[in-house]
Every structure is written in C-alpha cells, then in structure tokens.
Design a protein around this ligand. Structure first.
Ligand SMILES: [Cu+2]
Length: 679
C-alpha cells in the first residue's frame, strides 16, 4: 500500500513537472498563509507576511501594516507612518523588533519605532490585539513584533529592486551563509523618493496656503521626500544541537525627511540597534526553553524649519530646531517550564531609557537652549508568569500576571521641573483567556485583561515655554503628576477555518482609567496632558478564501469608537470604518490581484482639539506578478483612478494645527515595479 502511494506520488510529480503543473510553490504558499492564519493564529492575533509587504508599494512597515484589519497609520509625510492599532497609538501599544524595545528620538514622532527597521530585515510581523502580551511592559492596547530573517543552510542571497512614481526607489540586497555550527547574514537597503503628488496633481509640499508661514520654500518644494541607507549583519552560533546564540547589529541613516504634517522637517535621523540572544531548548523535562537577551539601541535626530518660510531672513538658518537623542538598554530572561498539566512561561526583564531633547527658538529669548525633554531617565523592572493549561480536548485556559516597577527622573531643569524631579510607578497587569474548540476548525476566544502603561518622559516632563504668554503663543508642557493608565478590557472572538478558508471575527470593549489625553487648556495658549476616564470599543472581521480555478478572495473590515467619558465627547484620532476586498488569481507562477479599499467618513471628532470630520473615500489597486526559479517580477498601480482623498489621521489637531483644516493628502495614482532574485 505504502509502496503504491509512493509510486502514485512519484507519477503525479512526474506528470506535474511534465505539464508544468500549476499547483506549485506559490499557490501552496497562498494556501499555507490561509492555513497559518486560519489554524495557527488565535482570533486575537494577526500577521503580515513578507510576500504582502513585497507586493505593495508601501514605503515602511507602518504603511504596509495598514493591510491588516484593525491597523491604521498616522500619515505625516511620504514615510515614517506611525501605527495605530484599533484606536491605540504611541506608548499605548508596543512596537518591537525581535522583542526589542525601541524608541524614536523625535517628540513629534517623526521617527516612530517601526521607522527604524527596513523591510528587507524582516521575515514576518506578528500582531496581538489587546493587552494579552505579558512578556513586555506597557502595551495596554496591543503588541506588534517584527521578526527578522534568519540565514538558511548553505549560501543564500536575496536581491530586490523596486522603482515607482516620483522616483520612489527601494533597493536591498542580503547575503547569507549557514553551516551546522554557525551562520552569517549581511544586508543593505537604500530608499529614496521625490515628493509625491496627490490626486489633484499637486506635491504635498504645495498644500500650504500662500501666506502661511510654515509653507515650503520654492527650493524645497521639488526636493527629495527622504533618503535612507540601512546596513545590518547577524551572526549565529549553535554550540550544541539544542542551543543557539545570535548577535545582530543594524545602522540606519535617514536624511532630509519632509513632514508637511508638522512645522519642521528632519535633517537627519540615525539609529543603531544591537541585539544579542542566547537560547537553550529542552534542558530538562522541567525546563523546556530558556532565553537570555540583551540589547542596546540609540537614535540621534535633528529637525528644524530650514525648508520653510518661517526660517527666512532669520539670524540663524532656522527659527526653530530640536536636537534629540535617545537610547535604550535592556535585558530579558525568559523560561518555559513544563509544570503540572500545562506550561508555565515566566520571565524577568529590565530596561533603561534615556531621552534628551534640546529646543531652540528665535522667539524664546533669541535661541536660548530649552530642555524640551530634560534628559529623562526611565528604569523599568518587571516580572511575569503565565500558565497555559488544556482542560479536556475542547478548552484551553491561559492566565497570567505581570508586575512592573518604573522610575522616571529628569536629569536637567526646565521651567516645569527641577533637576532630579522624579516619579515612581508600580503597576500590575493580568489576564485570563479561555479558548473553546467545540470541533476542529472552530475556535471561540474570550479574554478579560488588565493592561497598564506608565506616562512617558514627554507626557511627564516636556517643556516648550513662551517668553510672554499670549493668545497666539503656545505653551506646551508635560504634567509631572500623571498616573499610569489602566485598561480593563474584554474580548470575544471566533474563528472558523478549513483547509481552504477562514473567517475571523472579534469584538472588544475597553474601559480606560486615567487614559492620558492631550488637551487644550481653558486659555488657548496652554496645552498639556491629563488623565481622563475613556472607553473604546470596536470590531474586526477578516476572511481569506481559496476557490476553484486558482482564485483567492480576501475581505476585511474594522471599526472602533473612542469616548472621553469625562467630557462626554469622542476621543481624537480615532480611525473610521474601513474595509477592503480583493480577488486574486494565482497559479503559482503568475498572479493578478484587484483590491477595492473603502473608508467611511469620520464624524466622531474631538471638539476640544477642534478636530474636523473627514470624508469617506474608495480607491482601487491593481497588481500582477510572475515568479520562476527564484526570480520575481511585480507591477502594480495604487489609486488607479487618481482620487484626491485624505485619511482621517493625516493632520495635526489644535493646538498644533498648521493652517485651517490643513491635511496631508494621500498619494495620487502611483505605479510601481519591482524585480527580485532569491536563492
Ligand atoms: Cu523630529
């Protein structure tokens, strides 16, 4: 019988090769994706594969992740999109790379965490929606972790060249070698773009009214939108068959990045990332997995208004400038212990972050140095335990607890705090998750959780003073009395899957005590942060289906609502109802895909920040590609009908508004092309 099956398989394989069988690698890759999403991910989890990133014209991970239901991004310029998960952003979510905590240097988030790694470094992105990751501090809204590539056995290489509208260039090359005892990977990536145009044919440097002081100088209007070089290496050693150590280092140099959303642009943003891990598996029947990790990263960033009219004919080449530096050092020790009927995951971790920003403005005592972020040091020590236990064949119960001690201290004085001003926080996070599988293919997930996060250095100690308070000058400062935000959340989700498709639905409700809200004081020149009572709820729906004739369908929808319960009005910067449907033909060598993106108007706005409603829109994207023997060619067009449209998360609200209702438009029709070779 076995022999017969083998003969049959052989015969089928021969016929397959002879007929140039369509049921080859890439089609099974699509099915594999459906199977992973359908059967290996819990209803609260999402993922983005490098295939989806490569096939899109996305310029960074924030933009690429918009394909995932429940994820949006803040659009400040051509790149550096800041991720919004459900309605949560900034420190309410953890955005990590290989579990490493990384913070940007810019107080205006020109360089959010996801800005600091290149696609070509990444294999996959994992998303946990809700406060269900206890292995890291914070992240009360969820966690996004980008996993970097590992070298395979023998020699390998991956070369990619992407080119598109506005000279958008994305070139990368990685080379690797892997033996039994060691492996090595080297990579380099280059990204560049001219200033993109929106549907009305204007560049986004032309959106300011002719009299606005923040408008771009004529010489900057047609300049480059960004230029980024990234280089990295990873060295792996396998001392024994059950242990592995890896060390990786990345240097990224970003130059001349324009942010029409803001009043300044980046001159440079340079980042170092160093990560070391040591892992031993199956040490004893009790200790299944032990992982030690140490990391360091550092960002230097300089921004000013040299490209804007506000710097024209001033004593210096700028009228305002911020010089920012931040670094994080961290350690983690994690263990998986087989105790009782289940598995206990436990760990202890520590990180130290320093953040220092010096601001200089002509209007404040003729460029006097201001300790905008006054050399703030954060120390965080946390430990967690999480137990997963199967109960019969239909239930899995998982519960855990995490405790964090956090110290925040200002190393410099400003007009708000004196040197040595400090705050201590003690926070407890916990969750209980029950997965019910009444029959194979259906998973029902319920979870209740308490997630926390401490106020960040900016929210506590920031200072942008004015020489003389007036109705037109703005005084922006931190609030050193802020409390940690506590999120009590409930989730229900269900996923139904077979070999050919899955449907995933989830709903959440979040009660946020001491939510840290940005607000404008009773006098308009005063703006700061306050703890408020807020709530959020939302839902996501996602499905991927494999049909006959090599056709694949995908659909997604997500919605969220946030409310400032104290003020009785919506929270600001909440994305509207969003959906996408796509149909794809993919025979393993050739694919073609059409996608329709639909976003409804956002009418739920925060009147306290004079937030304005945003109209809905629909756009069409097309792409096609061919893969053979390691070669891949992809062509695509996004926003086929060249629509002029805006994302709701594309403008600075009061009191930072750049002009009346000034929004950064999305890209007009853009064509992209990429070739890749991999072995
Ligand atoms: Cu900046």
């Amino acid at each position: 019988m076995i022999k017969n099956i083998n003969s049959f398989t052989m015969l089928a394989a021969v016929i397959g090769v002879a007929l140039n069988c369509h049921n080859s690698f890439a089609e099974s890759m699509m099915l594999e994706e459906i199977n992973v999403r359908g059967q290996k991910e819990a209803p609260k989890e999402e993922s983005l594969t490098i295939r989806e990133v490569r096939e899109s014209p996305a310029r960074d991970m924030g933009e690429a992740l918009k394909q995932v239901e429940g994820i949006n991004s803040i659009h400040k310029g051509a790149i550096a999109n800041d991720i919004v998960l459900r309605g949560f952003q900034k420190d309410n979510i953890n955005v990590l790379v290989d579990g490493v905590r990384l913070h940007g240097g810019c107080p205006s988030r020109m360089d959010p965490p996801a800005f600091h790694y290149d696609f070509a470094e990444i294999e996959q992105v994992k998303v946990i929606k809700g406060p269900y990751d206890l292995s890291n501090p914070g992240g009360l809204g969820g966690m996004i972790d980008a996993i970097t590539k590992k070298p395979g056995k023998g020699f390998g290489a991956d070369v990619n060249l992407g080119y598109g509208s506005w000279n958008a260039t994305n070139a990368s090359v990685t080379g690797s070698y892997g033996a039994d005892k060691y492996d090595l990977l080297l990579g380099y990536a280059y990204k560049y773009s001219d200033v993109p145009e929106s549907g009305d044919g204007k560049r986004f440097t032309e959106i300011y009214p002719a009299t606005n002081t923040n408008r771009y100088k004529p010489s900057a209007i047609d300049s480059k939108a960004y230029e980024i070089n990234t280089g990295w290496l990873k060295l792996g050693v396998n001392p024994t068959t059950n242990s592995r150590s890896e060390i990786s280092y990345t240097y990224q140099d970003a130059d001349h990045v324009l942010y029409p959303y803001l009043k300044m642009d980046a001159d440079y943003d340079n980042a170092h990332r160093l990560n070391w891990t040591y892992r031993i598996q199956k040490i004893s029947p009790l200790v299944q997995d032990l992982k030690l990790q140490a990391y360091w990263n550092k960002v230097d960033h300089l921004m000013d208004d040299r490209y804007r009219f506000s710097s024209d004919s001033k004593p210096r080449f700028y009228s305002m400038q911020s010089d920012a530096n931040t670094q994080v050092i961290g350690f983690k020790l994690n263990a998986d212990l087989a105790t009782g009927p289940g598995t206990l995951k436990t760990g202890i971790d520590y990180y130290n972050r320093n953040w220092d920003v010096v601001n200089r403005r002509l209007g404040y005592f003729a460029y006097r140095d201001t300790a905008m972020i006054p050399d703030v040091t954060i120390d965080n020590l946390g430990f967690f335990g999480e137990y997963e236990m199967p109960m019969g064949s239909q239930f899995v119960l998982k519960g855990g607890l995490r405790g964090d001690l956090t110290w925040a201290e200002a190393g410099k004085a400003n007009t708000m705090v004196s040197t040595g001003t400090d705050r201590n926080f003690a926070d407890v996070s916990a969750n209980l998750q029950l997965t019910y599988t009444p029959f194979k293919g259906l998973d029902v997930f319920t979870g209740i959780a308490r997630g926390t996060r401490t106020p960040d250095p900016q929210e506590l100690f920031l200072d942008v003073p004015v020489a003389l308070p007036s109705a037109t000058a703005s005084y922006w400062h931190g609030n050193k009395d802020l409390k940690s935000t506590v999120n009590h959340q409930a989730d229900i989700g269900a996923k139904f899957s077979t070999e050919r498709y899955y449907v995933n639905a989830s709903v959440f409700y979040s009660d946020l005590q001491d939510y840290i809200n940005f607000y404008q004081g009773p006098t308009t020149f005063h703006k700061s942060y306050q703890n408020i009572h807020a709530t959020m709820w939302g839902a996501e729906l996602g499905s991927q289906v494999s049909l006959d004739y090599d056709l694949f369908l995908r659909g997604s929808m997500s919605y969220v609502e946030g409310r400032n319960e104290d003020a009785g009005r919506p929270l600001s910067e909440i994305p509207p109802l969003k959906g996408a449907v796509s149909v794809r033909y993919d025979n393993g060598r050739f694919f073609m895909e059409a996608q329709e993106n639909l976003v409804l108007a956002q009418e739920n706005v925060d009147s306290g920040l004079n937030e304005t409603a945003t109209a809905g829109w629909a756009t069409t994207d097309l792409k096609a590609g061919y893969t053979d023997k390691g070669f891949t060619v992809i062509v695509g067009v996004n926003n086929l009908l060249d629509k002029q449209y805006f994302s709701h998360l594309s403008y600075a609200r009061d009191p930072f508004a750049n002009g009346v209702g000034l929004k950064v438009p999305e890209n007009g029709r853009n064509i992209y092309f990429s070739v890749g070779y991999k072995f």
